[in-house]
Ligand binder design. Structure first.
Ligand code: AHG
Ligand code: MN
Ligand code: MN
Length: 340
């Protein structure tokens, strides 16, 4: 008997989205288009990232952004790619980005859609020049009011209203991780065919973990509950947890969250005493919220210590948040220390 010539069934991002639309009624064509456009933009960013020094994309510009951080060349490139790709398709009303002070309304010459797109164009900027994994994070909201007008207020919705969220990690592989509210799916970029191939569906984060991620250099600034949690982990076998813990800190939230979605773990970027008026370092609308939605969709938990991240009602576009997310039982433990 000749061996079968049947090709292995490969599901593309397009097919996944069509099935989400057709079989599950989860998404409508404009949202499908939006996600495909974002995924295409990420492909372009991945190409720029891979070129590195050959593409003159490394290093900084002489500008700083609205958060007072030095802007890297790749921050600007990624931002431009995402804005240009998304403004003409008719699926969006406006965009917001870590690298833009205020919202970018779709120009009048293009039709206006019902969605709002928010992104961190390049996450992990300090890792660009040292060839460590970086990424793009995005969040999709529905514009609540009708009519053509759109303002910053339209973006100030709690994360639980996100229609979709995801990130792309530019690492040894380029992986797009997506949720449209029906679990979490991972797509790997096949560079030979240029398509995103479904490589993991219904991702689940283990409930328990023995691995934490936090920037330990800030230890002296932490609040008591975080200090207690990490001290107990560090005490290992002889301590109250009765076991040894491992630590990882990539300093790219995308890479740390990707590890947690893959094998479990807990990630903390908590409030600290350095700047007590600031809730944390990470931005709520385009870092904490999309990651919280992905983590919850994968069975994990995401909290700021006092409440579920997805319930926080934002008051400003570039608002920050304290972030504790990952394996459910560990996040639950840290939040219980905050209650105590
Ligand atoms: P960005 O590059 O978009 O500004 O984000 C960097 C963030 C996040 O990706 C990471 O977890 C954290 O900053 C790293 O902070 P430290 O420099 O304190 O390690
Ligand atoms: Mn970031
Ligand atoms: Mn960034």
């Amino acid at each position: 008997m000749p061996s079968s010539t049947k090709l292995p069934r490969r599901i593309s991002l397009t097919q996944y989205l069509v099935e989400q639309q057709r079989e599950h009624g989860r998404i409508q064509p404009p949202l499908r288009l939006l996600i495909e456009v974002v995924a295409r933009a990420c492909k372009r960013i991945a190409i720029a990232v891979n070129k590195g020094a050959l593409g003159d994309v490394l290093g900084s510009t002489d500008q700083s952004n609205v958060q007072g951080e030095v802007v890297k060349k790749l921050d600007v490139i990624a931002n431009e790619v995402l804005v240009e790709a998304n403004e003409w398709g008719g699926h969006l009303a406006a965009m917001a980005s870590e690298e833009m002070d205020s919202i970018h309304v779709v120009p009048n010459r293009y039709p206006q859609g019902e969605f709002l797109l928010l992104f961190d164009p390049l996450d992990g900027s300090s890792n660009i020049d040292v060839n460590v994994s970086i990424g793009t994070i995005f969040s999709v909201l529905r514009k609540v009011g009708h009519g053509r007008g759109v303002s910053e207020e339209d973006f100030l919705q709690p994360g639980k209203h996100q229609a979709a969220a995801g990130y792309c990690v530019y690492g040894p592989q380029t992986t797009l991780v997506l949720t449209v509210g029906d679990g979490v799916a991972m797509f790997t970029l096949d560079r030979e065919t240029g398509s995103w191939v479904l490589t993991e569906d219904q991702v689940k984060i283990p409930q328990d973990t023995r691995e934490f991620a936090i920037n330990m250099s800030n230890m002296r600034h932490w609040a008591e509950p975080v200090r207690r949690y990490i001290d107990e982990c560090l005490a290992g076998q002889e301590g109250p947890r009765g076991g040894d813990f491992n630590m990882r800190w990539v300093a790219s939230m995308v890479a740390d969250v990707h590890r947690i979605l893959t094998r479990g773990g807990i990630f903390l970027y908590p409030w600290d005493k350095r700047d007590p008026g600031k809730p944390g370092k990470l931005r709520l609308l385009y870092e904490a919220n999309p990651m919280a939605m992905l983590v919850e969709q994968a069975g994990g938990m995401a909290s700021n210590g006092a409440q579920r991240i997805l319930d926080i009602v934002p008051t400003r576009l570039h608002e920050r948040a304290s972030v504790i997310l990952g394996s459910r039982n560990e996040v639950e433990r840290v939040t219980s220390y905050h209650r105590g």
